[in-house]
Design a protein around this ligand. Structure first.
Ligand code: FAD
Length: 304
């Protein structure tokens, strides 16, 4: 039997009624609308199923990747071998006093809206970050005056072997766009945020300002994956790219945004190869001009 069909059958046996597809095109699941297919694409509805699938892939040596909302990834054009687990159906948000518990697939924007609804401050910065809770934790997402590390109280994760762990403050090892989740390859299942009671008018005002600034500075009218590069020490990647004369530079359908040099926008049916070639060209040009290495913030997944 074909490998993919065998995996499909095995998973259906261990997780009846699960959403599972063979050769699912991943351009449908990324913000930049590029990328090849996943051999197997699964959307579990509960943590038990996630655990069964991860234990199955561990026992059978089948690689797997987690995909959130796809707002910070470039998936190569040949796609992803093995299993892609998408946690978007695990999206419950619950509130207890000044704490919000959110499942990994909840939208971080929805979590920040919930905080506003319950007059809780601390997640205003996240009101325009278009990712999932899991994606936000992995890279310690941040904007303006805030980041995940300031508000995360605890997290439930699963290891590559399928063991579930409960982590708290002293475990997180947060840094600029990094965390223990990334270092240890933990997969996030739930997060609890601790927030402060505040005046809802002040919370709303802050959110409105952040959304206004975003609209003014970011090319939200085109598909993108946000800032492509990390900030090099004491520098801004966008400024270096702009001063290298790269704005408007295009490879295939991918273009360095004229509005924000840190963004690469899909202006005309770009492929992931277009994106990757443009990224390499930007890195080489900036390095030649300033002798500074700029590294991608965006995660590059899949096969060449
Ligand atoms: P994905 O893109 O799906 O995945 C990103 C990485 O996280 C992948 O390696 C994936 O395997 C991993 N991952 C996803 N979920 C899990 C999980 N549950 N467990 C383990 N690993 C997981 N980011 C900022 O920090 N600040 C900003 O202001 C910001 N602005 C943006 C603006 C725009 C217009 C866009 C398109 C993006 C922006 N981003 C910003 C980037 C992006 O939205 C964030 O990084 C977001 O947190 C990514 O979440 P996601 O669910 O889309 O992750």
């Amino acid at each position: 039997m074909n490998d993919k069909l065998k995996i499909l059958k095995d998973i259906n046996n261990i997780c009846p009624d699960i959403f599972i597809r063979i050769s699912e095109p991943l351009y449908k699941h990324t913000y930049i609308q590029t990328g090849g297919a996943a051999d197997i694409f699964i959307q579990p509805k509960n943590i038990d199923d996630v655990q069964r699938i991860i234990q199955y892939s561990d026992e059978n040596k089948i690689p797997f990747e987690i995909l959130g909302y796809g707002s910070n990834v470039i998936i190569k054009d040949k796609g992803i071998r093995g299993i892609v687990i998408n946690l978007n159906h695990l999206n419950k948000i619950t509130i207890h006093k000044n704490e919000i518990m959110a499942e990994s697939g909840a939208s971080i924007i929805d979590v920040s809206r919930t905080a506003l609804q319950f007059h809780l401050s601390g997640l205003e910065f996240a009101c325009g970050i278009p990712g999932s809770v899991g994606g936000a934790l992995i890279m310690n997402a941040g904007a303006y005056d805030g980041e995940i590390s300031y508000v995360l109280k605890s997290a439930k994760v699963i290891t590559l072997a399928g063991d579930i762990l409960n982590l708290s403050d002293s475990d997180f090892q947060f840094g600029y766009r990094t965390s223990v989740f990334e270092k240890e390859k933990y997969k996030i299942l739930e997060a609890t945020f601790i927030l402060e009671k505040s005046d809802p008018l002040l919370i709303r005002e802050k959110m409105d300002t952040f959304r206004f600034l975003r609209k003014q500075k970011q090319p939200l009218e085109f598909p993108s994956c946000g800032s492509v590069f990390k900030r090099p020490p004491n520098q801004f990647a966008g400024k270096l790219i702009s001063e290298s004369g790269l704005q408007g530079m295009r490879i295939g359908g991918a273009e360095v945004s004229m509005k924000h040099a840190g963004f690469i926008v899909n202006v005309d049916h770009a492929t992931s190869t277009d994106y990757l070639l443009l990224i390499r060209h930007i890195q080489e040009t900036v390095n030649k001009k300033f002798d500074i290495q700029i590294d991608p913030e965006v995660k590059i997944l899949g096969e060449d």
